[in-house]
Ligand binder design. Structure first.
Ligand SMILES: C[S@@+](CC[C@H](N)C(=O)[O-])C[C@H]1O[C@@H](n2cnc3c(N)ncnc32)[C@H](O)[C@@H]1O
Length: 249
């Protein structure tokens, strides 16, 4: 039997490990609805504010890829509280839509950024026309998709030919010393801090499990290509603690 912190408060049969295996929409939604009120505070605290830089870096890459397009259409999937959508909305003429499955995360996004259009939905079945976006982004969301391949195929479908997907995920450093330090922080320190602030300490036990079990760098670019993208590259950020994937349709 798992201890209390490792089980979901309203779903005692569910452990952080079992959630990562199933990742049903209902369980993921429940977890994010619960962490929503403290999500931003903890995000910035636990990353020492560097998460803002990672999103701004992705938006700067998007700007280059968009080029002279005066009105790029951008979809931010798994937008959560909207911070990556906000970065994308700073691009000249950008028409940004943020979508997420969690109504509580979206309610916060709408409050923070009333100028951006937010909609509820699922990455695996995007409610948008084929070839309708120049950029599809996702910050720290793909790892939670119930069906990753289906989600990435949907990114590909809704992109215009030549459009790009930009995906940010946490990265486990490849350098052995950095990796050891990172995992101590990620598995021992981070869940303790989070449990003092968030209603759902469960979510922060799930986080290291989900990152450790998720395909990274070349493994993930191979998945992007098998989802239909003609090319895919990755850029490690901040001593390989985060990674940006860029894939072209
Ligand atoms: C860690 S948060 C990231 C939020 C935001 N993008 C950011 O940069 O902080 C992950 C988000 O992904 C959403 N999510 C997870 N699976 C999803 C899916 N299949 N479809 C849509 N949203 C999903 C969750 O509801 C949550 O808001």
């Amino acid at each position: 039997m798992a201890n209390k912190a490792e089980t979901s408060p309203n779903r005692p049969q569910e452990t952080a490990k079992s959630l990562f295996r199933t990742k049903s929409h209902a369980s993921i939604q429940h977890m994010f609805d619960e962490v929503a009120p403290t999500y931003d505070f903890l995000n910035h605290l636990l990353s020492l504010g560097i998460d803002n830089y990672w999103r701004a870096f992705a938006a700067a890459k998007a700007k280059k890829l968009i080029g002279a397009n005066p009105a790029p259409d951008i979809l931010d999937v798994a937008t959560g509280t909207g911070d990556l959508a906000k970065e994308m909305s700073k691009l000249q003429g950008a028409r940004v839509t943020g979508m997420d499955l969690s109504p509580e995360m979206l309610a916060i996004a709408e409050k923070k950024y009333p100028q951006i259009r937010f909609v509820q939905g699922y990455a695996e079945k995007l409610n948008f026309d084929t070839a309708s976006f120049d950029i599809v982004s996702a910050g720290f969301g793909a790892r939670n998709f119930e069906d990753l391949t289906k989600g990435l195929k949907e990114f590909h479908r809704v992109l215009k030919p030549g459009g790009h997907a930009l995906i940010i995920e946490p990265m486990i450093p490849r350098n052995p010393v950095m990796k050891k330090l990172y995992l101590i922080y990620f598995k021992k320190v981070l869940p303790k801090i989070a449990s003092m602030v968030s209603k759902s300490s469960f979510a922060y036990d799930y986080l290291p499990h989900s990152v450790e079990s998720f395909p990274q760098d070349k493994e993930f670019t191979a998945i992007l290509k098998s989802a239909g993208f003609q090319s895919a590259e990755f850029i490690p950020m901040t001593f390989e603690t985060s990674i940006l994937y860029i894939a072209k349709k």
